[in-house]
Design a protein around this ligand. Structure first.
Ligand code: CA
Length: 237
């Protein structure tokens, strides 16, 4: 059930604590310390969830929350606010601004992980589902296996992550850079052609050149899992 989580927090010890614990749970973590740079990052990355500190340099957490909620492309991203203030008044204000949940520092990491899980399950059942299905294609996260029309498809760990990432949000187009970042990791020493090579291999393994291709190439942009895959009669070429 890995998700991409954006942590917006300026205090380094808390950044480290959050990154460590979230990554230990398998989540992909991005940290931003500044509310103003963050808006670009959010629009670009569209994380599955945002952990947002109340007191940020430059712009307040509340303002970030409000901006996220006003933009169509980001408004459905769940937000958990983190704050040192515990007054009920603040809590109400946080929720009124559109935060989904609220934790007061110092918070229990286990409590935070539990809340993250429950929010992810609520907003996007696919992000925590054990199996992702589309048409005759089944991806099992627990066993790390993929099958198509009951035929086992042997994928490398990278191909598996790539398919899982695409399948989680059918129809959403990812650029090569975004795929590199989330599937290979930010520090990986690979270039964008690597993505093309892996997508090519993945397609071959999934379709064997004769079944419907579940992956859509979007010219000059990147790749998406075809949201119509499995909903129509297959258009075998
Ligand atoms: Ca702060």
């Amino acid at each position: 059930m890995p998700a991409s989580i954006l942590v917006i927090e300026d205090e380094e010890p808390i950044q480290i604590l959050l990154r460590y614990n979230l990554e230990a749970e398998g989540h992909r973590v991005r940290v931003s310390a500044d509310g103003e740079d963050t808006m670009m990052l959010i629009a670009d990355e569209r994380p599955d969830l945002i952990l947002l500190d109340w007191m940020l340099p430059g712009i307040s957490g509340i303002e970030v929350c409000r901006l996220v909620r006003t933009r169509p492309e980001t408004k459905s991203i769940p937000i958990i606010m983190l704050t040192a203030r515990s007054e009920e008044f603040e809590r109400v204000r946080g929720l009124a601004t559109g935060a989904d949940d609220y934790l007061v520092k110092p918070f229990s990491v286990l409590e935070l992980l539990a809340r993250i899980k429950s929010i992810l399950r609520r907003v996007n059942p696919d992000s925590v589902a054990e199996e992702l299905k589309a048409g005759d294609l089944v991806l099992n996260r627990a066993s790390k296996r993929v099958s198509r029309a009951n035929r086992d498809v042997g994928l490398s760990p990278t191909e598996f992550r790539l398919l899982e990432h695409l399948m989680r949000n059918p129809g959403r187009v990812y650029s090569r850079a975004q795929l590199l970042d989330t599937v290979w990791g930010r520090d990986a020493e690979v270039d964008e052609r690597t993505v093309d090579v892996h997508v090519g291999r993945l397609r071959k393994l999934l379709s064997r050149g004769k079944e419907q291709d579940p992956i859509r190439t979007v010219r000059a942009t990147g790749y998406a899992f075809d949201e119509r895959f499995g909903t129509h009669k297959s258009n075998i070429v």
